[in-house]
Design a protein around this ligand. Sequence first.
Ligand code: FES
Length: 254
Amino acid sequence: MKVRIKTPDNEPLFYETPWACWFDFKCVWEHIFEPGEFKLVETWTVVEVPVWHVLQIVPRSSTYKKHWLIQVNSVWIIDRDYAWDNDTIKFPYMNMSWQRQIIEDGTRIWQGLLVKIEKADFEVVESMWNKDRGGFWTTWTKENLTTKQEIKTKKITIKDSSWVFLKEIDVRVWENLLRQIQDAWIDIPYACSNGICWACMCTIETGGEALKKDLLMEPGLPLAEEEILTCVWWLNKEVLEHDPNREIILQTFY
Ligand code: FES
């Protein structure tokens, strides 16, 4: 791959060994860093980065050990646009020692790497729908290698008192079931809206684990395991995030 460069001594940049992937930059003149001093070290070198490549520049591994210099922007990225005659490569270095550091002319203290890149065609989505690894400061553990996906709505099936299919409706996770069943024009009675009167009761045919009771509400009368009071029952977001395909079927009493 041909790469056009412009150097102050008209010498090419070079790879130290046949298998080296980083090529070195030489210091052109002597540079003196006082203790704690920050300086942009000019190389007077321009590199025309090839199409679909990027040039990364970092200190050589021995730079800190020998000269106590750190590159203050960590990794310098140079793209193809930076290739006019005055787009010379400069190294922002800082002397971390209490002594003066003298970098002699010809010292190799930087290295560059040409990396192939892909250009992204960004697509904005509402949710990534990927596996949850637990967020920042976490690692891939068996526990967080789950199929967790953020759930906002879930389709549930409503049947009548004879177990005849009435409707499939979209239910939001942040709202109780009763209001949403009524919004879908399914005739379901209610009275107290507080989990006391039993008027809004439904029976679970399947998917009960994906439903949960409002923790603040205690039913006025005891319920069977498969019975819920829709005014104080919600979708269980946590369960559905791990198993979004879980089927939920409810039977109304009317
Ligand atoms: S409306 Fe009374 S228990 Fe739900």
